[in-house]
Design a protein around this ligand. Sequence first.
Ligand SMILES: Nc1nc2c(ncn2[C@@H]2O[C@H](COP(=O)(O)OP(=O)(O)OP(=O)(O)O)[C@@H](O)[C@H]2O)c(=O)[nH]1
Ligand SMILES: [Mg+2]
Length: 382
Amino acid sequence: MDLSGALQRVGEDDPNAAVAKAKEQLDSLDSVTLNIAVTGETGAGKSAFINAFRGLGDDDDNSAPTGVTETTTQITMYTHPTKSNTRLWDLPGIGMPKFKANEFLKDVKFETYDLFIIISSERFKENDVFLAKEIQKKKKNFYFVRTKIDNDIRSAAQKRNFNEQQVLCTIREDCNRNLKEVGNPKVFLISSYDLGKYDFQDLVDTLESDLSEHKSFALVQSVPVCSLAMLEKKKELMEKLIWLPALASCLGAFVPFPGLSVVIDKTVLTAYLLGCHYNLGLNEKSLTKLSERMDKPVSQLQSAIKSPVTSAVVNTLATRPHASMKTKPVKSLDDLLDSKFLVASVLNATEAFKATHAVLSEALNDMINDMRRVLQVAGLDG
Ligand SMILES: Nc1nc2c(ncn2[C@@H]2O[C@H](COP(=O)(O)OP(=O)(O)OP(=O)(O)O)[C@@H](O)[C@H]2O)c(=O)[nH]1
Ligand SMILES: [Mg+2]
């Protein structure tokens, strides 16, 4: 996209006003809230799903307590660790002694939630169908998730003539049998302990297409990079939006005298790149989580990170130098950006936008390639 395309997107002819508008739009993208309610019977796997969605393990700090004994007894909100305006609500299922159907309807403020996920680890029951109908009445979307699929596959694999697709198909049909009354909705089969498998990606795709543009952006930003397919999804979204920080960073670029040196707002670029780094799962916490899950040393995953931009982000974030960086000097993100703009000839608004767009695209592409290599090393590239 060139400058005139970007100006058209924000609906402004005046470049200076367009920059201000682009900043506003970036802020509003950042501040949009997404409220996902997760409900289902006790032990169904609500809390484990919420933890997985937040990229946390069940034992992490701030994770939702999980267990075989009844643990969720009141509505609890969990914010996303890096995207605090994505909220997951742990809703005890209907039918629990403490949460009878009429009390549930009274207590649950339907308008709070953008969508409902109804979880079961078995067949869906009368209460699930009842709830879906109530949600339907309130004109909200609901999605059925059949969880703990890894358990089903593990036990089925013990049998002769095991065929994974066949097992999944049988579970799906079995679930659907009880959901005819609510219009035969699609049932998403997932394992909270392996989101890269089964229907999690399909669930995210479906939610994304049902949500408004801003909310779907919040959704895709917050889902963990559990597979190569999820990484590609994030890449697509980030590339689609790159024109916005590119335009927003053209601060002072539009001086009316051609030939005057222009100013690029590095704080916008830096904030955007730091956000991408988190969203792609390149931050230390996410890599540690991935290393635990895939049983690979974190140093091995980190060795897949080759781009100067990712190293510069890590360097900018680090309070102490990283072990792998002690040997080679690494630029800060600020210095790296300076060196990129030094080679670009930025004399006017068109060139300023071209330069910020190119720098952001290249940096994003480098980070995505880093994450692709990390996934390969982790064994998640299949
Ligand atoms: N194998 C496997 N176990 C799971 C999965 N999801 C949850 N579990 C286990 O199932 C048990 C119950 O999960 P929770 O997430 O605590 O269930 P819950 O719906 O929050 O239960 P309550 O809080 O009692 O309403 C825990 O022991 C989890 O470890 C999954 O996808 N796969
Ligand atoms: Mg729970």
